[in-house]
Design a protein around this ligand. Structure first.
Ligand SMILES: [Zn+2]
Length: 254
């Protein structure tokens, strides 16, 4: 009877081993599926980028009277029936953020508004605010050199190695857009009322019990109650965002 103990595994032991194996297999499969979906999303985004530049080229060459018509034409002529999204998503032309047109995928969304699986990797240092793409308009987004585009308040975006936010709605021309968010371009035009703010990289914190904060400059970020705000005022002190009646602070959308 004594040998029976060493004769093999008990049922409990087997169940435990099988359960552990099942968990391990589950983890491996999850990681693998995540990896595959990530590379599909990346391939889809780069296909949309490529398609966008083809459309811009056609539009600039005056083959079409609008970017939307160029999209329809290019899709019809060159990609008819061919799948561009590796996950089988369908592409369409939409008005994106800030009234800018974008190609969207029915599975992966817009490049600027839904980074898909990459979420969380592309955030501004020290915050959980996503760095948005396609915020500042490219020259080809403008119908002509006279017509203005209206930009709406944005999250954080990059322009020539610096980080910016749009704090209030404003309109600009193609020439102003080409000169960048500081508004000091070829024409030397500066935007009124500082609709844009360049981030200084400084992050301050304030508690709910604090009334004011001293020594702030334009573009400083304030962490307050789990949210992030940009200082959009000329002074050196800011009030608690809960009591902000002067629109000193712009709350950054995540
Ligand atoms: Zn897709």
């Amino acid at each position: 009877m004594k040998q029976k103990k060493n004769a093999g595994y008990t049922l409990i032991e087997l169940i435990v081993v099988i359960a552990i194996l099942a968990i391990l297999v589950g983890i491996v499969v999850k990681v693998y599926v995540g990896h595959v979906e990530k590379s599909r999303a990346a391939a889809c985004a780069s296909n949309r980028d490529e398609l966008y530049s083809e459309i811009s080229t056609e539009y600039t060459a005056e083959e079409y009277s609008s970017l939307k018509l160029a999209f329809i034409g290019v899709m019809d002529e060159r990609y008819n029936g061919r799948e561009l999204c590796p996950s089988g998503g369908v592409y369409s032309w939409v008005d994106g953020e800030n009234g800018m047109e974008q190609i969207t995928c029915s599975v992966h969304g817009n490049p600027g508004t839904k980074p898909g699986e990459g979420e969380g990797e592309n955030t501004y240092p020290g915050t959980d605010c996503e760095i948005k793409s396609n915020v500042w308009p490219l020259p080809e987004k403008f119908p002509d050199e006279y017509q203005q585009l209206t930009l709406k308040p944005s999250g954080i975006f990059e322009w020539e190695g610096e980080y910016w936010v749009i704090c209030r709605e404003f309109s600009l021309t193609r020439e102003q857009a080409a000169s960048g968010p500081d508004g000091k371009g070829p024409g030397g035009v500066t935007y009124d009322w500082f609709p844009t703010e360049k981030l200084t990289g400084r992050i301050l914190t304030m508690k709910k019990t604090d009334g004011t904060i001293n020594g702030v400059t334009r573009g400083d970020i304030l962490e307050y109650e789990g949210e992030y705000y940009v200082f959009n005022d000329g002074g050196e002190w800011g009030v608690n965002p809960d009591n902000d009646t002067k629109s000193q602070w712009y709350k950054i959308p995540k």
